[in-house]
Design a protein around this ligand. Structure first.
Ligand code: B12
Ligand code: SF4
Ligand code: SF4
Length: 369
């Protein structure tokens, strides 16, 4: 990314953008695009700072290092005038009582190991798939707006992607911390593109938009004054279902306790005294999404009209391996099978460790799954 402040701004109206996105997005499979003008007040800034201060970031030090940039991207990139937020669906919701162990269901040790992997990680790596589509959208817009500069990233940039997605009208923020689209659920990846585009008539100034600029599926209709509201109501299913009590209504999530941290991020894996809580989960955790009513009723018909990108379906090569193979997988075999998937993130030793833990937990050493 160009780290300079001499990129001149360009301008377009929100209506023009909507028309162009209608043309550009369908062939490249981007399902939602919204935008937020920069600089922008983040309504959850205080919660975010408190979260970091209280150590709930679970040792993910990169979140602390880039703390200021996450709060205000214009510090590092003074030329930036707006942030585009885009989404790819990776699953058509979670059925009520999902039978997959990744959602916490009891399943025998012999069941397919891929169902022990969170849905987001069963196919190709979204860092490549989504990024490629986002770059195509950017190129399409560059064909319409002379001088447009846009730098796309997913996951890896110092941006609070959920916060911007919420502000840009992609969905609401649930008690499970996820960005939830009222029709598509939370099974969506998010990506952002920092741009030099001034968007005229963009209604959001620190207030979440009621809908995105472009969407294949409109959110539930409600009056604009209801847009900022969290749509969880009195529901606490995700908080109640979390096996490690990682979720808290007022403090958000404690990433120190999240099974996703343990099984993916932490090089040492689950803390020994709590390892039984990982149960039959091999990689990541879908429990707080699988119990969510918004996911249970995520539009199934949209699967027919708008199938989830094939790249996110489980890869055929995964069938060649058993859980036991994973427990003993060599570094080279791990590289061959998982280099281009999100599973790559846990390193071969992480996979061997997780597979051994699942076997131990399901052979009587665990009290969950
Ligand atoms: C670090 C990280 C993790 C950590 C910490 C998770 C967390 N909740 O913070 C771990 C490893 C545990 C993790 C797990 C998962 N992650 Co993750 N993760 C990230 C990452 C890189 C940064 C998130 C971050 O800044 N966290 C800090 C917290 C405070 O911020 P936040 O979660 O964004 O929350 C904001 C809002 O919720 C808001 N907020 C609203 N109300 C409240 C209330 C309180 C009290 C608080 C504190 C905040 C708050 O304030 C926050 C700041 O704006 C983002 C990518 C990115 N660059 O944003 C992906 C991202 C959030 N992860 C993603 C996914 C898919 C997952 C998993 C589902 C993977 C899995 N199946 O195992 C789980 C879900 C766990 C969960 N329930 O949140 C997606 C989420 C998509 C979506 N629809 O929401 C993202 C956006 C990646 C992507 N590009 O698509 N993740
Ligand atoms: S991903 Fe699993 S461990 Fe993490 S908060 Fe959700 S239910 Fe709890
Ligand atoms: S399970 Fe209930 S509380 Fe949790 S995110 Fe979904 S609606 Fe909100």
């Amino acid at each position: 990314m160009k780290k300079r402040d001499d990129i001149p701004s360009v301008q377009a109206s929100a209506d023009q953008l909507k028309t162009w996105l209608e043309e550009i997005c369908p062939p490249v499979g981007i399902e939602i695009v919204g935008a937020v003008s920069l600089p922008c007040q983040l309504p959850h800034r205080r919660q975010w700072e408190q979260w970091i201060k209280s150590g709930r970031h679970g040792g993910l030090e990169y979140l602390v290092r880039e703390h200021q940039n996450r709060v205000d991207p214009t510090l590092l990139n003074p030329w930036s005038r707006s942030i585009l937020v885009m989404a790819h669906r990776y699953t058509a919701g979670w059925p009520r009582h999902d039978q997959a162990p990744s959602s916490g269901a009891v399943a025998p040790l012999a069941s397919p190991w891929i169902e022990r992997v969170s849905r987001y990680a069963r196919g190709s790596d979204y860092h490549h798939v989504l990024l490629k589509s986002m770059k195509q959208v950017v190129r399409g817009l560059q064909g319409k707006i002379a001088g447009l500069e846009a730098f796309a990233s997913t996951d890896t940039g110092p941006y609070l992607e959920r916060e911007y997605a919420w502000l840009a009208g992609l969905g609401f923020l649930g008690h499970n911390q996820c960005l939830i689209h009222e029709k598509l659920g939370s099974g969506v990846f998010l990506g952002v593109a920092l741009t030099n585009l001034i968007i005229e008539d963009l209604p959001n100034a620190g207030i979440p938009a009621a809908d995105a600029l472009y969407t294949t599926t409109a959110r539930r209709r409600r009056p604009p004054e209801m847009a900022p509201v969290n749509m969880c109501g009195s529901c606490t299913r995700c908080i109640d279902a979390c096996p490690t009590n990682a979720l808290d209504l007022s403090k958000g999530m404690d990433a120190n306790l999240c099974l996703s941290s343990w099984s993916i991020e932490w090089r040492g894996g689950a803390p020994p005294e709590s390892a039984h809580l990982q149960g039959g989960l091999l990689f990541g955790c879908d429990i707080c999404q699988a119990v969510c009513p918004w996911n249970n009723r995520a539009e199934q018909h949209s699967q027919e009209e708008l199938p989830v990108n094939d790249s996110y379906q489980a890869l055929p090569g995964h069938n060649e391996l058993s859980l036991q193979d994973l427990e003993n997988i060599s570094d080279e075999d791990f590289r061959q099978h998982f280099r281009k998937t999100p599973i790559w993130r846990c390193h071969p030793e992480g996979m061997r460790r997780n597979a051994a833990l699942v076997r131990k937990n399901l052979s009587g050493g665990g009290n969950h799954d």
